[in-house]
Ligand binder design. Structure first.
Ligand SMILES: C[S@@+](CC[C@H](N)C(=O)[O-])C[C@H]1O[C@@H](n2cnc3c(N)ncnc32)[C@H](O)[C@@H]1O
Length: 229
């Protein structure tokens, strides 16, 4: 037996979680990972100091990038006032953040970003939508650009009654399919991919709600390949 949740259910979930600030199994308030910090350090200094954060959530990655000197466009489906409330009272660097309420699949890339991050979000899109948004980012990527993606593959969700839970129009990637997609899209880029098993429990029980593999991609459109070795 299987239950299908709609994209509207997903939006409502994040709206409630982000507006309330209550802890969730996804740890939306977790600090940026060491993987991300080392990725940012490795981005070529000659790349534009402009960044795009797709599916910014609480905005932790957006804030880290702005603090590091990037002009950041932060895109999420939730209303921007939630992030703007978090920016109140922060130093001047918070003024480098432009929050946009938009579905990622409808976001048009008109600027050139030296850094793109999409963490724990692309699995919610259809596979053709993932290919399209990444293609748009890649086509407009200046030399030196870095892309950081964390994408869940091989997802199993189980509700408290033991029913399998699917989300309407989700990518449902197998790890190999996602890896192949990346290899085809990022031809000529310096790529590093890793896979980490991941599971999440409901906050109030020992029940494993979500099990998946998380694939991390760090890709650099190199000016000089030796720069990132
Ligand atoms: C798991 S959270 C990740 C947040 C953040 N990237 C992080 O890692 O801390 C997923 C975020 O993606 C957003 N999201 C999911 N599907 C989306 C879509 N199709 N378009 C825009 N935002 C989306 C949700 O609103 C939520 O804020």
């Amino acid at each position: 037996m299987c239950v299908v949740r709609s994209q509207q259910d997903v939006t409502a979930f994040y709206l409630t979680a982000l507006a309330s600030g209550e802890p969730t199994a996804e740890r939306l308030s977790a600090p940026v990972s060491d993987r991300f910090a080392s990725f940012v350090n490795a981005v070529d200094r000659r790349a534009p100091r402009t960044a795009l954060d797709l599916g910014y959530g609480r905005g932790t990655y957006t804030l880290a990038l702005a603090r590091a000197g990037f002009q950041v466009v932060a895109v999420d489906q939730v209303p921007t006032h939630i992030l703007q409330a978090r920016l109140m009272g922060l130093p001047d660097w918070a003024g480098r953040i432009e929050a946009v309420q938009q579905r990622i699949e409808n976001f048009s890339i008109t600027r050139r970003f030296g850094l793109v991050v999409a963490k724990d979000v692309l699995h919610y899109l259809r596979q053709d939508q993932v290919r399209e948004i990444l293609t748009r980012c890649i086509q407009r990527a200046p030399a030196g650009t870095g892309h950081f993606l964390e994408v869940f593959t091989d997802i199993t969700r189980t509700d408290r009654r033991g029913r399998r839970v699917l989300i309407e129009d989700e990518a449902a990637y197998a790890a190999d399919t996602f890896r192949t997609t990346i290899e085809r899209l990022y031809t000529g880029w310096d790529r590093h991919m890793s896979l980490t098993p991941h599971c999440e429990r409901n906050t109030d029980s020992a029940h494993n709600y979500f099990e998946a593999n998380r694939i991390t991609l760090r890709a650099y459109r190199t000016i000089d390949v030796e720069t990132h070795r």
